[in-house]
Design a protein around this ligand. Sequence first.
Ligand SMILES: *[C@@H]1O[C@H](CO)[C@@H](O)[C@H](O)[C@H]1NC(C)=O
Ligand SMILES: *[C@@H]1O[C@H](CO)[C@@H](O)[C@H](O)[C@H]1NC(C)=O
Ligand SMILES: *[C@@H]1O[C@H](CO)[C@@H](O)[C@H](O)[C@H]1NC(C)=O
Length: 217
Amino acid sequence: MDFSYKNVSFLVVFLTAAYFFLLSCADPTEGFTNVPLTQENFEIQRPYDIPLEERYSFLNGTHRLWVYANDKPHDPNSHTQPRTEVRIRGLDYYSGVWQFEGHAFVPNGTSGATIVQIHGASHGATTIILRIYNGDMRYYSGQVVATDLYDKWFRVNLIHDVDGGKVTLFLDGVEKFETKDQGPGELHFKCGVYAAPANISYYMESKWRDIKIYKQY
Ligand SMILES: *[C@@H]1O[C@H](CO)[C@@H](O)[C@H](O)[C@H]1NC(C)=O
Ligand SMILES: *[C@@H]1O[C@H](CO)[C@@H](O)[C@H](O)[C@H]1NC(C)=O
Ligand SMILES: *[C@@H]1O[C@H](CO)[C@@H](O)[C@H](O)[C@H]1NC(C)=O
């Protein structure tokens, strides 16, 4: 009796551990539907006075985006920091559960650059900003959410549950960070390089491939 009770409790502990292990390995896109993208969905924002090909290339499926600390903003009327970013156009969202996926590469030396963000919120301009500082990824300039990301490809999955007010980040399929959002708004995904207010390297670059958008129905 005692023996079998121990067996059962062992089994329960084992199955619970296995369940959470499998949960943590689950594909973040599970239960989501891919939203097909065309060229029209990719708007490239770059310093307004510089030709596109001097800050962006698209070769063999890889978007390469770069910017310099002393570049101008993307719009002559903007007072924001320099950026070269893919702005996902035509899929602005206001509610529901949306997901951005892309494979990113940040060369050693790029620092103080937002590489992925959700633009829009009720409070402030952004829902989430993920920046690389010295190879680590931070939530804005605060919490470190991942380390040692230079010179390697990694998969980013960023899920925004607008109705639940929550944002979840996965890197290479592993959940790294979850936070409250900043309230609903006119929302869209961006990736590339956008200079932080401080601690920025002169040259900033990120590369992206296989950018996808998913929605939960
Ligand atoms: C193009 O990208 C593929 C991966 O999608 C890679 O296997 C191949 O080596 C790349 N070719 C060049 C010329 O970079
Ligand atoms: C980045 O480059 C610096 C300077 O060349 C070097 O000291 C450092 O080890 C490099 N870091 C990585 C992760 O390669
Ligand atoms: C920015 O630089 C200041 C001064 O060098 C330093 O104290 C601070 O920790 C840096 N912040 C980040 C996020 O690297």
